[in-house]
Design a protein around this ligand. Structure first.
Ligand code: G6D
Length: 344
């Protein structure tokens, strides 16, 4: 087990970027202090060949210019907040707009663009990333302190989130890694199978804002048995088409069931199980990845090159499902634990 750190350039604001490499006997993970980005997860295929299974870019300049949140920590809020308006305890907070009329992933200068403080954990193979966000940053209330632990344990990458605020606020964090189990971007995700033990998903409108909780039965969103992604992503279901042909939807998680979220690539033999304490997961199938350009000298990014499992609270909860919204107060910190478990 080892951790290495090296300089990885400087941001446009002249902040030093560091890459941390965590390695155990099964896997290796690269983490940046910039955005808390998970830049590489290297795991074996069925023949023991070690390859990277997450989308990434070659330099910090690329991340600043053209990353669609590759590997980023997302905050203060994962997803969209309609009309960039946060209604909390009778107060209205006007947030910055960075997705049409809405706030996406915490706004313009969100957590995915910040330099996080990094400490090496003592009792685990891992890192503690921390960040402070002042009252009304991007329009969100509260002086907030965030800590995120990345821990490598056997075949698991564990992410623990912890947030505190000096007044009531809304925190809804996640990680925006795009997974592609083929290894080193050999194929897109079309050949992979997705299984979700979810009976309901949330339909969205043309702004990708939540509009209706729907049963998955008889829709392209029924993944209760494993489904080949190419058949779902190219379905004529109007909810697939409204988000540029793919998934970009919250699924409601039923915690009594195992294998709630399971992705498998039968060609490489790799699989990924996601286990979380969150009530929902937004699954995004990279419907706009053709806008990214080159991933490296050999590969141009294309549509459906990766799939995200953004574990989180209900989407736009304070507007769409206020009674389900999880509010952070000085007495009640924000907590999330999510595990990414790779086949062994
Ligand atoms: C698009 O609608 C999608 C989002 O879900 C995603 O997070 C972003 O691209 C990177 O806006």
């Amino acid at each position: 087990m080892e951790i290495k750190v090296r300089n990885w350039g400087t941001t446009r604001n002249n902040e030093e970027v560091f890459m941390y490499t965590l390695k155990n006997e099964f896997m290796e993970v690269e983490i940046l202090n910039y955005g808390g980005v998970i830049r590489k997860i290297t795991v074996p295929d069925k023949n023991g060949i070690m390859e990277n299974v997450v989308l990434n870019l070659p330099s910090i300049e690329d991340y600043e210019k053209r990353s669609p949140y590759f590997g980023s920590l997302i905050g203060r809020n994962a997803g969209r907040i309609g009309n960039a308006t946060l209604k909390l305890n009778g107060e209205i907070f006007n947030l910055n707009k960075n997705s049409g009329n809405n706030n996406l992933h915490g706004g313009i200068d969100n957590f995915g663009h910040k330099i996080w403080n990094v400490e090496i954990l003592e009792n685990f193979l891992g890192l503690k990333l921390s960040l402070e966000s002042p009252h009304l940053e991007e329009g969100f209330p509260g002086n907030v302190k965030i800590e995120v632990n990345y821990i490598l344990k056997d075949n698991q990458l564990i992410i623990e989130y912890y947030g505190t605020s000096d007044r009531p606020t809304y925190l809804n964090l996640t990680n925006h890694t795009y997974f592609n189990l083929s290894g080193d971007f050999k194929r897109d995700i079309s050949d992979e199978y997705l299984q979700l033990d979810c009976n309901q998903f949330i339909a969205v409108n043309e702004e990708t804002l939540p509009v209706e909780i729907k049963n998955v039965e008889h829709t392209a969103f029924d993944f209760r048995e494993p489904v080949l992604l190419s058949s779902a992503l190219n379905s004529n279901d109007e909810q697939i088409k409204i988000v540029n042909s793919g998934l970009d939807h919250p699924f409601i998680l039923d915690h009594e069931k195992t294998k709630a979220i399971f992705l498998e690539d039968k060609i490489s033999g790799r699989s990924l199980e996601v286990v979380t304490d969150q009530p929902a997961v937004v699954i995004y199938s990279g419907n706009y990845l053709y806008e990214v350009g080159n991933l490296n000298s050999d590969t141009i990014c294309k549509k459906h090159m990766g799939i995200c499992f953004e574990t989180q609270n209900y989407a736009d909860a304070l507007n769409f499902l206020p009674d389900k919204a999880i509010i952070t107060t000085p007495e009640k910190p924000y907590i999330q634990k999510t595990k990414f478990i790779f086949s062994k």
